[in-house]
Ligand binder design. Sequence first.
Ligand SMILES: [Fe+2]
Length: 293
Amino acid sequence: MAMNPVETVQLSHWESIPEPGVVAHALDALESGCVLRLPLAFPLEEGEQVVLSDALLDGSRKNISYDPATGRLKGCVDDPALAGRLRAVMARYARLSASLLDNLLPAYRGQLEAGRTSYRPAEIAGRPVRSWRRDDTRLHVDAFPATPVNGRRLLRVFHNLNPEGVRRWCVGEPFPELARRFFGQILPPARWQARLLALLGLTRSLRSPYDHYMLQLHDRMKADLDYQYSAGRLALAFAPGETWVVFSDQASHAVLGGQFMLEQTFYLPVEQMVYPERSPLRVLEKLAGRPLV
Ligand SMILES: [Fe+2]
């Protein structure tokens, strides 16, 4: 079924139980690589407005991450009162994101593994970046060098916490098209290389051939300026208090501007998808002519 790159779902609150029609539509849209847009506010509570400041960053990184399992914050300034407020906000966001997906995507119930919660309080536009590889204002699919996913999907829940400004994104061409476009440029992975990276502690586990192809895709897209300028793209602006959900390993996207964004990552095994043939893993395996995990 042909979909728009962005589909809107109306839910009154984070713990709403949607109609079966809404559930089927949301699942089909997400597994097609669409951005699911939800006008779903995440209100701050009394005293929590202090988190709306980029002074929370300790300068070591662009994001503050929260580990729901340990309650640890990384990247936050050493101020117990401020950190306490932020921890409460991020813990609540992690919990409500899980409830949202539990009700909206019952097909994945019990199969989603929660990853880190992330808060990005700094303005994106005009921020200097250390290299083109880290430049998320270029179209890309998400793939991370140090944390192999072995084919698992990256499902992310984003929220624009900024009470005043939009978060500007754009989305690019469908995954099968970009995979076909760049696949021929990618050298097959070498097994000794994956072993060496793991041995040196540069990856947390052995980098699978799938992770190799995804990282290469991420890099080829960002490095190709002709592609960046000429690829079809759709500009999106997420309003204050808007939420969006996307398989960010599949939907080509770029972040152009905005401040104060919350994000919760979930991992999903490909076999738990309703349409696994649409996953980046299956698309790439078809192109490679062999299993990649
Ligand atoms: Fe990204």
